[in-house]
Design a protein around this ligand. Structure first.
Ligand SMILES: [Zn+2]
Length: 421
């Protein structure tokens, strides 16, 4: 039989399957379903067969063959939580933080999120697209083939819509597939300080209805809220998410990054697809999460970026039967990192995940965390052919080694995007 592309002689093809059409949960996290001396056959951008090299080479004639040369072949990374769309940078604040300035001091001096909001409001859509494209290029080079992308640096309707427009343009032109999330409730904008409920009214009554008519991926437009002291209270988060749900948005919520406000419980109650950060989450909410379909998205780059000690209690979440995914949280304030490989390295050390668990959390579970588990995140017949050839022979090297890019080739929808020489 004729196929477009045959990848042969992988030391290990990591298929990393869904379990019962869902994420890998609890103690079943880390099922790589490895094929030794494996091969992958691709046609029309989709996976048509998986098996041993001997078997597939006998069954298929390929227009193009890539010999993986005894390297690991795996699904593309999925990054399910990013603030990748923004203008400017905050390198000056990084230096101030090292010198001992607190987040509050920086914010009171006009820095923090508001400094990125000012830069993003001032940027044209094209400037925003250009600056973001450079980051997406680096993400792709590091193996990310699908990413979520949040708004939230506009904090006014026109600027939020400009961000959604930028996401739509990049989704159309860039090899990375982007899943958009409206995060108008990222922070209280400076002009609404002391009038937090008035800003919440604006999000509920004006922004959400306007954004809901924005049809990039109508079936998977997410709404997210930053529920934290200094951002949105639990009551405000509930108002926003209930309205979003009524309008047909899928839900996400930033919870328990610095303190527990009950956001995890709220996310589970409202059927959120994911709750994100999940660091200071109380025991009983971890139990609730473990019994729910809501996925915990851990962002270990953030405590690392802030030199904090506390990370997501991954072992407790898994012991409760929960589903765990990993993401970069790339943003200009707390963690500017384009690499899911580096996130895996952090997760192995600070969340005590095995490389196999971290791989599943960064691929199939990450895909489910953005509602795309049926089409990407694993190497299964019928799925989109988003495939990485890693320059390692043993999958455990991913997570073990860090600080250099271990990707040799990125294949997106069956097309070879870049290949190390
Ligand atoms: Zn975030």
């Amino acid at each position: 039989m004729q196929v477009d592309l045959l990848i042969t002689h992988a030391s290990q093809v990591l298929t990393i399957p869904s379990h019962a059409q869902g994420p890998q949960r609890g103690d079943r996290l880390g099922d790589l379903a490895t094929i030794e001396d494996g091969a992958v056959a691709v046609s029309n951008g989709a996976i048509v067969a998986l098996g041993s090299t001997v078997d597939l080479a006998a069954r298929y004639q390929a227009a193009q063959t890539i010999d993986a040369g005894g390297r690991v072949v795996m699904p593309g990374f999925v990054d399910p939580h990013t603030h990748v769309v923004f203008a400017g940078d905050r390198a000056n604040e990084f230096e101030q933080r090292i010198a001992g300035a607190t987040y509050l001091e920086i914010m009171n001096a006009g820095g923090g999120i508001m400094s990125t909001v000012r830069a993003t409001r001032a940027a044209s859509r094209d400037e925003l697209v250009d600056q973001t494209r450079a980051r997406l290029d680096r993400m792709l080079a590091h193996g990310t083939t699908t990413a979520e992308a949040k708004t939230g640096y506009g904090l006014e309707l026109t600027a939020e819509l400009k961000m959604l427009d930028a996401i739509a343009q990049l989704e159309a032109e860039h090899p990375i597939d982007l899943v958009p999330t409206f995060l108008g409730a990222h922070a209280i904008p400076a002009e609404y300080q002391g009038r937090e409920d008035t800003y919440t009214d604006l999000v509920v009554n004006e922004m959400l209805p306007a954004v809901s008519s924005f049809t990039l991926h109508p079936s998977s437009l997410f709404c997210d809220v930053f529920c934290e002291d200094g951002a949105f209270t639990l009551a405000q988060a509930r108002r926003i998410l209930e309205k979003a749900k009524e309008l047909g948005f899928a839900l996400k919520i930033h919870v328990d990054e610095f303190g527990p406000l009950g956001g995890t419980r709220l996310g589970v109650e409202l059927g959120a697809v994911s709750v994100d950060h999940v660091v200071t989450t109380p025991r009983e909410e971890i139990e609730l999460l473990g019994r729910s379909r809501t996925i915990a998205v851990s962002l270990p780059g953030t405590p690392f970026g802030l030199a904090h000690r506390d990370y997501t209690p991954a072992q407790a979440i898994l012991a409760a039967g929960g589903a765990l995914a990993l993401a970069t949280d790339i943003n200009p304030g707390t963690t500017w990192n384009e690499s899911m490989q580096f996130i895996m390295a952090l997760a192995c050390r600070y969340l005590k995940l095995t490389p196999a668990q971290a791989l599943a959390a960064a691929t199939i579970n990450a895909a489910h965390a953005i509602g795309r588990g049926g089409s990407i995140g694993s190497l299964e017949i019928g799925k989109q052919a988003d495939v990485l050839i890693m320059d390692v022979h043993d999958y455990r090297s991913i997570g073990y080694r860090y600080g250099t890019n271990l990707v040799r080739s990125v294949i997106k929808r069956g097309q070879i995007i870049n290949q190390a020489s």
